[in-house]
Each structure stands twice: as C-alpha cells, then as structure tokens.
Design a protein around this ligand. Structure first.
Ligand SMILES: [Cu+2]
Length: 353
C-alpha cells in the first residue's frame, strides 16, 4: 500500500509484459534478486504486541472427499473479532471480523448428496452479532436466520448439499457489506460424485476489499468509503501483499488447481496470472460444466468463484492479480513459484534459434 514494495512488484509485473522477460530471474543481474529479497523481507508478517496475522494459508484447502458415498458431515465455524495486520510493510492494523481467525475462513468440503451440519459459535469476546449464509444452501437466507448468534452463543442448522460447485459463504448480519469487508467470508466446495480428479497442488485464494480511515497505522473501518465503493485496500487472503511474501510453491510440470473466490463486498475481479495461461476454467465455480480452455483472464463476480487449472510449464514466479491493476497497488498480489529446470524450447532470452 503506497509502499516502494508494491510499486516494485507492479513494475516487475509490467516489465514482464513489456520486455517479455520473466518476473525476476531474467532481469538484469542483481535487480530482480534484490527486489525479490526485499519483498521476502518486507512482507514477512510482523506480529506486533497486539496485532496478529489473519492471513489464511493458501495451501489449506480442506480434505478431498474422494470416492465415498453421501454421508453426514459436520463443520464448526467460530466468529472471532481480532486486531490483525492489514499491511505488514507499513505496520498497519485493522479490526477484522473473521471466521475461525483467518481471512478467508476455512475452506469446507463436502460431496453432493451429503447432509451438512453447520454450527456457528460466536466468541465470547466479540462485540457484534454474527451469522453465516452459505451459497450452497437451498433455504431461507442460506442459513443466516438460523445462525444469528450473540457473543458467547452457538447455533446449528443442517442442509442437504443438492448442487456441486464452489460456493461462497459469508456473514449476513447488518450492515452486511461491513461484515463481509471486515473479513467474514470463505468458500465451501461441494464436490461431484466421485470427487475431483487428483492434481499435484491445490490452493485457496480469495479476494476482498477493505475500507479504512484514520491517519495513523491503526486503521478503522470507514462506512463512508464503503458506501462510495472506494476501498483503500484490495487484498488476497486478508492482508496487503501477504501472499507475495509467502509464495505458493510448486514444481515445473505440476498440475495446479486454484480455488479462487471473491468475498467482495463490491468489486468484481478480473483474475489473471502474469506469465501463465489457464488450461481450464470452470467459470463461476460451475464444476459440472465443460470448462473453458486456454483462458488469459476470467471474471469472478462478487460472492462468486472460479476453479482454474494449469500445468506449470516453465520455472517462474507467476504473479496472481486482479487485472484491474490499480488494485495491485492496493495490495492484491500473490506469487505462485514454480521451481525446476529452464524450458528454453518454450521461453528464452534472445533471438529464436
Ligand atoms: Cu458478522
């Protein structure tokens, strides 16, 4: 956020367009290395005396359902209000409202035909009432009315997973966009019969925007900016540039699947990975549809999702962005790092051989 770091990431991203070079390794000797090193240093979340990291580890994707039949599955979510690190580079904090202490909340996985029992607890230290609306639900409010919980309370409801897909869940307590913006969103994957095909790596990334005011480093929620749909931060997994400092790692040749969703509450994402092409896109998380193939950028609406897959063909630090790139400067950036031998038949410096 308005830091040299973000500017440098943006610069590198643009360099990789304009000069047709990879993110760092093919930059002039020393420049790329220095920037990456700086990025690693600066973006390591520094937990202050009170603020904690709320960043969801993108490798925590839940347990695949595999080939089992329908059963009953039970999930417990806990609403927790925590002072979190909003931007580690500037030591900025924000009072997040979360499911289970992270943004996004946990990725839940069930199978079509499952009976799904959802328990929502509200931590006794909370100030607010919370609830949960899951878009995978056929039922009033997606469960919101049945899960209104005051601090210290818990409530349970049960639904039938009728429809496969990747669905957003979020708090739906008024002012609803404030609860979402403050971090109360996540996704539930309803897998089709037989489960999803195995891939080498799966990742879980969600975009959201945060509306803040205040001159110091302790930012407060801004109703004014939210009503204007004018976010000060746009983030992947809750915190500015957090996933740039902690790359998602894979190897050249790996088939990678990303579960990407938008919590919002207001912005549609133009999801793109700089230096890569999506082999397959299940648009809007519609798992049983025929995927789009060979896609550069895919639109993901607020409270919507996408599933993308690609084989990582070359070593690179691939940069995940919302290609409305001003939002990169507001914090929406992540790195998918593929390690392995160079593939000069696909990509190399200099003239064609
Ligand atoms: Cu809430």
């Amino acid at each position: 956020m308005k830091t040299n770091l973000i500017k440098e990431i943006l610069l590198l991203g643009l360099l990789s367009f304009g000069w047709s070079v990879s993110f760092a390794d093919n930059l002039p000797q020393g420049i790329g290395d220095a920037v990456v090193q700086k990025m690693m240093q600066v973006e390591t979340p520094k937990e202050g005396p009170a603020a904690v990291s709320i960043v969801k580890d993108p490798t925590e994707v839940g347990d695949p359902v595999g080939n089992r039949g329908p059963t009953t599955v039970k999930f417990t979510l806990e609403a927790k209000e925590v002072l979190g690190v909003l931007d580690a580079a500037t030591k900025t904090t924000f009072k997040y409202w979360t499911f289970n202490g992270t943004v996004p909340g946990p990725m839940l996985r069930a199978r079509v035909g499952d009976t799904v029992e959802i328990t929502l607890k509200n931590n006794k230290n909370s100030d607010m009432i919370h609830n949960v609306d899951l878009h995978a639900v056929w039922g009033q409010g997606g469960g919101a009315a049945l899960t209104n919980v005051a601090p210290g309370e818990e409530k349970t409801f049960t639904f039938k997973a009728t429809s496969p897909g990747l669905f957003v869940y979020h708090c739906a307590t008024p002012v609803i966009p404030q609860h979402i913006s403050s971090g109360m969103y996540g996704m539930i994957l309803i897998e089709p019969a037989g489960g999803l095909p195995k891939v080498d790596k799966e990742f879980y990334v969600m975009q959201g925007e945060i509306y803040t005011e205040g001159e110091g480093t302790d930012k407060e929620f801004s109703m004014h900016h939210m009503m204007d749909e004018d976010p000060q931060y746009v983030v992947f997994n809750g915190s500015a540039a957090a996933l740039a400092g902690h790359p998602m790692k894979a190897k050249v040749g790996d088939n990678v699947r990303i579960f990407f969703g938008v919590g919002g509450p207001n912005l549609t994402s133009s999801f793109h990975i700089i230096g890569a092409i999506f082999d397959k896109v299940w648009h809007e998380g519609s798992i049983e549809s025929t995927p789009l193939t060979n896609v550069q950028t895919t639109m993901v609406p607020t409270a919507g999702s996408t599933i993308v897959e690609m084989k990582l063909r070359v070593p690179a630090k691939f940069i995940l962005v919302d290609h409305s790139l001003t939002r990169l400067q507001k914090g929406a950036v992540a790195i998918l790092q593929a390690e392995g031998p160079d593939q000069p038949e696909l990509f190399h410096a200099g003239k064609a051989k």
